[in-house]
Design a protein around this ligand. Structure first.
Ligand code: NAD
Length: 504
């Protein structure tokens, strides 16, 4: 069922459809679904109910090796890497269309697997994935080399070539969309890919692989390996015949990717990692109500399981009380945890019991550190089977508290105050992370100064989380050194070659 049809279903119809799901749970290698060589599996669990959804193939180094061999064979054969650009474009456009046409299945798979509200799948993740494949599809016949200026006796040109086999290791918070952000540019640039989804949300990856073949993609070009990070992920990142790892996930594991590259074949690595995004709300904010609504959405959307979640609200002391009172009001009206398969639900469970425990432990830490709990702080009533945490706000937060320094990755934010803009910017920058930031101001000089001085890969002015495929996505400092979306990404999945000819 396509996107528009899926959007018209109510909770009852969605539950009925979810009960009929029979997800494919094996690896996808060389155009076929295959079990793990050793027959091992792991469980994937619905975090809203605690029910086991499926037993999924648990890959190890031998399964990864089979996928790498298939990807290399396909790359060398030229079935994709040498296919005419217009033909490759047709496959990628058709693939994007098939994702849209199978929106219901994608929405049900990711929502039951990781808990996000189905309305987010239908309005953000699926349109985002479709747009990603269309955007990178459009680049296919525009990836160009260069002829440089030389003496008349010489001819020099630069080829931009694919890398070969690209491993894409992705997290669980946007399973389909993160897989699209990583695989689409790699495929557009003629590489073969091996997608390793997170073990918490493995199911939609197989549907992607199946639809890529249905769209006319050749066998061996799009492979999927399931399994645990330290097993399948590590084997992929250590493999001697993988040319690049495109990684999205935690900073801790992002650092390991660089270690694995050094321990193996010096493969290229790009990392998109964690964040602790500051939102600076100045005293001359153009419209406080709008800024507060964005602050609320920016932390509670997707249960706060967002790399750029606005988890530090740096507010001018003059407007602190008004800001907090409006925040509490809007948060209560906008977000309340519930059944993620109900299209009216705004907040689902966290991804696992472990994540729920981790987030609740940060709430305890915040209280012990002396921050004041102004909202939430516990599990919502009547939802005990699921991994829920209520929308939570701390006030009186200081930047040296752990709740202001560490990525919580849940629906928890804190208000810090400042008196001078320079102090607000210094506070924003006092972090190991630098993924994103925002500033709300009516003063054009303040806006430009902040945009220049904030140490982050993305700065929003009088908005939050706006952007399209042309805007870059990537961080400064320990938020990683890759870039997703945007044309620049193509430079991370290609390599240049200099060809110098002496003409005599
Ligand atoms: P994670 O680092 O635990 O896992 C990410 C992926 O790495 C998974 O597929 C996992 O199986 C794999 N992995 C784990 N250990 C591994 C190892 N030793 N070797 C190889 N692979 C391994 O992250 P997560 O919990 O899945 O996702 C949450 C994190 O992702 C947060 O820190 C969040 O900020 C980050 N994230 C960043 C962006 C961005 O664009 N910057 C986007 C989404 C999520």
């Amino acid at each position: 069922m396509n996107l528009e049809q899926a959007k018209s279903l109510d909770a009852k119809a969605l539950h009925k459809a979810a009960a009929k799901l029979k997800p494919e749970t094996r690896h996808f290698i060389d155009g076929k679904f295959v079990s793990s060589k050793k027959g091992k599996t792991f469980q994937t669990i619905n975090p809203a109910t605690g029910d086991v959804i499926a037993e999924v193939a648990r890959g190890d180094a031998s399964d990864v090796d089979a996928a790498v061999k298939a990807a290399r064979k396909a790359f060398k054969s030229g079935v994709w890497s040498k296919m005419a650009p217009r033909d490759r474009m047709a496959v990628v456009y058709k693939f994007a269309k098939l994702i849209e046409d199978n929106a219901l299945e994608f929405a049900l798979l990711d929502t039951t697997d990781m808990g996000k509200p189905i309305s987010e799948m239908l309005n953000i993740d699926i349109p985002g994935a479709v747009m990603t494949f269309n955007y990178f599809g459009e680049t296919i016949d525009k990836i160009e080399g260069q002829v440089t200026a030389t003496a008349a006796t010489e001819f020099h040109y630069i080829l931009r070539q694919p890398l070969g086999v690209v491993g894409c290791i992705v997290p669980w918070n946007y399973p389909l969309m993160m897989a699209a952000w990583k695989t689409a540019p790699a495929l557009a640039a003629r590489n073969s890919v091996i997608l390793k989804p997170a073990e918490q949300s493995p199911l939609s990856a197989n549907l992607m692989a199946k639809l890529f073949m249905e769209a006319g993609g050749p066998a061996g070009v799009f492979n999927v390996i399931h399994g645990l990070g330290e097993e399948a992920g590590k084997a992929l990142a250590l493999h001697m015949d993988v040319d690049k790892i495109g990684f999205t996930g935690s900073t801790e594991v992002g650092k390991l990717m660089m270690v694995y590259a050094g321990q193996s074949n010096m493969k290229r690595v790009t990392t998109e990692c964690g964040g602790k995004t500051p939102q600076i709300i100045t005293g001359d904010v153009p419209d406080l109500d709008t800024a507060v609504q964005y602050a609320v959405n920016g932390i509670y959307g997707n249960q706060g399981e967002v790399c750029n979640a606005g988890s530090r609200l740096i507010v001018d002391a003059k407007i602190h009380d008004e800001f907090v009172s409006k925040f509490l009001d809007k948060a209560k009206k906008s977000f309340s945890p519930g059944d993620p398969l109900d299209p009216s639900t705004t907040m689902g469970p966290l991804v696992t019991k472990e994540q729920q425990k981790r987030v609740l432990s940060y709430i305890d830490i915040g209280k012990k550190e002396g921050a004041k709990l102004a909202l939430g702080g516990s599990t919502p009533k009547g939802l005990d089977k699921g991994c829920y945490v209520s929308p939570t706000l701390f006030t009186g937060v200081k930047n040296d508290m752990r709740i202001a320094k560490e990525e919580i990755f849940g629906p928890v934010t804190g208000v810090l105050t400042y008196k001078k803009l320079d102090d607000a910017i210094a506070m924003a920058n006092d972090s190991i992370y630098g993924l994103a930031a925002s500033i709300w101001t009516s003063d054009v000089s303040t806006a430009h100064k902040a945009a220049r001085d904030i140490e982050a890969g993305i700065v929003w002015v009088n908005c939050f989380d706006h952007g399209d495929m042309t805007s870059i996505w990537g961080g400064f400092k320990q938020s990683g050194m890759g870039r997703d979306k945007c044309l620049e990404t193509l430079t991370t999945v290609t390599q240049t070659k200099s060809v110098w000819m002496h003409l005599g």
